[in-house]
Design a protein. Sequence first.
Length: 313
Amino acid sequence: MLKKISVIVSCYNEEESLPLFYQEMNKVMEELKKYKFELIFVNDGSKDKTLEVIKTLRKKDNRVRFVSFSRNFGKEAAMLAGLDYSTGDYVTLMDADLQDPPKMLPEMLKYIEEDGYDCVGTRRVTRKGEPPIRSFFARRFYKLINKMSKVEMVDGARDYRLMTRQMVEAILNCREYNRYSKGLWSFVGFKTKWLEFENVQRVAGETKWSFWKLFKYAIEGIVAFTTVPLTIAAFLGILFCFIAFVMIVVIICKTLIWGDPVSGWPSLACIIIFVSGIQLFFMGIFGEYLAKTYLETKKRPIYIVKETEKEIQ
């Protein structure tokens, strides 16, 4: 019996990229004829003709499946939906813009079937074509989170990976609302092989990831996989209390011995503003953790499906 490979493709306004992706993916499927394939396109509330293009592909190739959301829920939700709907023995996640080269799939399969890996992930060794400031902050982020988190985050790692069904089921057991998949891949463990490749430019369209969106996504990862910021807040609170106590003793002794009046209101004002800023900063951190807890307790669905290929059969 032929093994099946599920290819999950998250799509948001990718009408220009999809025909090119299907063309490249079709070459790989022709090369891997001893496997069955299903291509699961997840339409994440696209505002262009992405869904129409997917339906056209479905009409000429019954291996094409799709899940269409009621609105834009984000890439994390799209990847989860693809995993939920996948039925393959092996599952891979790719982007429609061909920044995740489908031609790497045969090599990934080899490592899983011949060398016993549970997962083969990919990581970029260069960030060519990416804005320098984005590359700088990305590298700083990975260094920071790896120091704070017990779960290792690989610098340059992409969501493009091939996984066994056992690993996919482990991922599906993690149903948190605030998802950070790069951390979840590492959290579930399993034997992973990393393949390195040069950064590839988009074949069409524009990136959906602005600097601000990437910044919020980084905060999501930090909050999801470490509580070190809370520990830092507690430590600094104790430190400032100790400093304040020492200063009180110094002022009392100085007044009793030399009779100096308490002076220096400008420096005092600066200290008050500084400490207040520290307090507000850590209140923001507390608020971020509290907000994530609040969203988790609501138990809202991570995504809502409006339509699948079954509705048009």
